[in-house]
Design a protein around this ligand. Structure first.
Ligand SMILES: [Zn+2]
Length: 147
């Protein structure tokens, strides 16, 4: 059975959005904090031990803090075995920079998304010896290394 955790469900700016004063954003900042939502992403696992993120939102660091199944189980460890990118938009890739501390994981993305990452040197912060980049194809099933 696949386990899925919704890490965030909001659109690009999150809720509240930093520069928005609409009724919803004002309520999320004030009287209704339960409205707050981080940017869309999910984590999924087939075994409950190895987790795969679908996209890496700019809110990823806080999403990991808020999600116990994604917490390290040893001094230098992460249950995050991989990140699967569905696109190269800023809200899908910037969270990768929060994963730059040397833990190994696999990064699955279409060749065009891989090229976007290669073209932007800031993503070299992901050590290529630790973060294996694997090209996937649209409409073609693939297997991950872990469960
Ligand atoms: Zn708003």
């Amino acid at each position: 059975m696949i386990k899925i955790v919704i890490l965030g469900s909001a659109a690009g700016g999150g809720l509240p959005q930093w520069n928005c004063g609409c009724d919803n954003c004002r309520a999320a900042r004030g009287s209704e904090p339960s409205l707050r939502a981080s940017r869309a992403s999910i984590a999924m696992s087939g075994d409950g031990e190895h987790w795969f993120l679908i996209n890496a939102s700019p809110d990823l660091r806080q999403q990991i803090i808020d999600t116990p199944v994604l917490h390290p189980r040893a001094l230098r460890h992460s249950p995050i075995a991989g990140v699967i990118l569905t696109n190269g938009e800023v809200d899908a890739v910037t969270g990768l920079l929060s994963l730059r501390e040397g833990s190994p994981f696999a990064l699955y993305a279409h060749q065009r998304v891989q090229e976007i990452l290669r073209a932007n040197s800031i993503f070299n912060a992901l050590n290529p010896e630790k973060v294996k980049r694997i090209a996937i194809e649209t409409g073609v099933a693939f297997r991950t290394d872990a469960a």
